[in-house]
Ligand binder design. Structure first.
Ligand SMILES: Cc1cc2nc3c(=O)[nH]c(=O)nc-3n(C[C@H](O)[C@H](O)[C@H](O)COP(=O)(O)OP(=O)(O)OC[C@H]3O[C@@H](n4cnc5c(N)ncnc54)[C@H](O)[C@@H]3O)c2cc1C
Length: 424
């Protein structure tokens, strides 16, 4: 799409998670005056307690045929890695119907093809931020291990890798035995009989990385206003700028800007819907906590059958999991933490799972077709940047770069076409 308004000189970005901050950094670098408004504080949303994996080889759409085969009944159990409480919620029902409609091989392949060109640039986008002053490092997976306790359990993931490769995404993976796993990660229990060793990944410490990104964004001259909630967006016209109505305590204010970027994660729908974004963004809530592990694994570990994801975070190990389709602001449900503990205990012998800190729940911004929503809305001055589901950390920096490209050139980059926020 060609820009239908003069070259922009200013932007308001709503939301200070990975996507909003990376977008602010790139817009500022392109020369715009940028203000970020954040209703809570930097990284208050999903960008704080996630697993911090940067795993382009396995960055794939969430809806897939296996959900139809195995997931539906399991979804209703509190112990299941995927949980949907039964309740009359129109958006949730719309989301689930759309999600099921996209859980076919054909839809998965189409969405996967949209991910391939994004995945190939994802890690390099982190190097660009590092060169630009983000001093918290990303670390190589070295190696990333997906561990299995049953003899044939690896087959499902290997089959999935074959399907990913068939759509053009390289995946370098090899099967290793249990003893080899323990040589690399001695804290893994004897129950683990094999693992898939995956190359081409990195990981980061999310709280530290987001703090470092926020520092770099501020140092570049962006104002980040925390405790400021966007309540309404005025999309402007080709000759009149857009504006965001914000509330800070009792105060209300109108912030005018040539462009407004909505990077509000699982809360995207509220502000984006008036601009034609009809696709539901559903909170896919996940839980995490940290524990001491002896000896500390130096790499991320994944237990695919249990859907538990682990990452080194300084001197503790973050253990994360669960996909709970509930409202984003509901309180943490301790039963879900217990379910992760029960799943991890037999597999992570070296972990003291009772010495938990930082118990956390956060909301993955999930779309029914498993693709993010990135691009101009019905108002060309209002850009959506959200809906990354399981992969907003991996794809956040690249998203920022692509949004800045579309804002400054007025043209939607080709890789964003399948992510059109106005698609049905
Ligand atoms: C358990 C778990 C593990 C995960 N592991 C990984 C992983 O290993 N790798 C990976 O790539 N991804 C992972 N993810 C997904 C990833 O965390 C998300 O995709 C990503 O954080 C989304 O970033 P965001 O900036 O879009 O949203 P958020 O980080 O949620 O940020 C949105 C921000 O907008 C603010 N906001 C909302 N409404 C308003 C408003 N009206 N006004 C002002 N501010 C507002 C919120 O307070 C919030 O700070 C995981 C998620 C979970 C839950």
């Amino acid at each position: 799409m060609q820009r239908r308004f003069p070259e922009p000189g200013s932007a308001v970005v709503v939301g200070a998670g990975m996507v909003g901050l990376a977008t602010a950094w790139h817009l500022r670098r392109a020369g715009l005056d940028v203000t970020v408004v954040e209703s809570d504080r930097v990284a208050a949303g999903s960008s704080w307690g996630n697993a911090g994996w940067l795993t382009p080889p396995i960055t794939t759409p969430l809806p897939e045929p296996a959900i139809l085969r195995t997931g539906l009944r399991a979804m209703l159990s509190v112990d299941s890695p995927l949980y949907v409480p039964l309740r009359p919620d129109v958006d949730l029902i719309r989301f689930l119907l759309g999600f099921l409609r996209h859980s076919t091989s054909r839809a998965w392949r189409r969405a996967m093809r949209a991910y391939v060109p994004l995945n190939s640039q994802a890690l390099e986008a982190f190097d660009e931020l590092a060169d630009g002053g983000v001093d918290e490092p990303t670390r190589p997976g070295d190696p990333f291990l997906a561990c299995f306790a049953g003899a044939d359990e690896h087959r499902l993931l290997m089959d999935e890798f074959a399907q990913i490769r068939a759509e053009g995404q390289p995946v370098a993976a090899e099967l290793i035995g249990g003893d080899e796993v323990r040589a690399l990660a001695p804290a893994v229990s004897d129950r683990v009989v094999s693992a898939i060793r995956l190359e081409g990944t990195r990981f980061l410490d999310p709280p530290r990385y987001l703090a470092s990104l926020a520092r770099a964004v501020r140092a570049a001259g962006v104002t980040i206003r925390e405790g400021v909630t966007a309540t309404e967006v005025d999309g402007g016209t080709p000759t009149r700028p857009a504006a965001v109505r914000v509330r800070e305590g009792e105060q209300e204010e109108r912030l005018a800007a040539d462009v407004v970027v909505l990077a509000t994660g699982a809360w995207l729908g509220h502000l984006a819907r008036p601009f034609g974004v009809r696709m539901v963004v559903q909170a896919g809530r996940g839980y995490s906590f940290t524990v001491p592990v002896d000896p500390m694994p130096t790499m991320p570990l994944y237990f695919p059958i249990q859907r538990v994801a682990c990452t080194p975070l300084g001197d503790r190990y973050r253990v994360a999991g669960m996909m709970e389709f509930r409202r984003p602001d509901e309180p943490l449900d301790p039963r879900r933490i217990q379910a992760i503990v029960r799943a991890a205990r037999p597999l992570l012998a070296g972990a003291d799972l009772d010495d938990r800190q930082d118990e956390w729940v956060g909301s993955r911004p999930c779309t029914p077709d498993g693709l993010p929503l990135i691009g101009p809305t019905r108002s060309p001055r209002v850009v959506a940047a959200g809906g990354h589901g399981m992969w907003g950390i991996t794809l956040g920096p690249l998203t920022g770069r692509l949004v800045a490209e579309l804002v400054t050139t007025g043209r939607t980059p080709d890789v964003l076409r399948p992510l059109d926020p106005l698609r049905r």
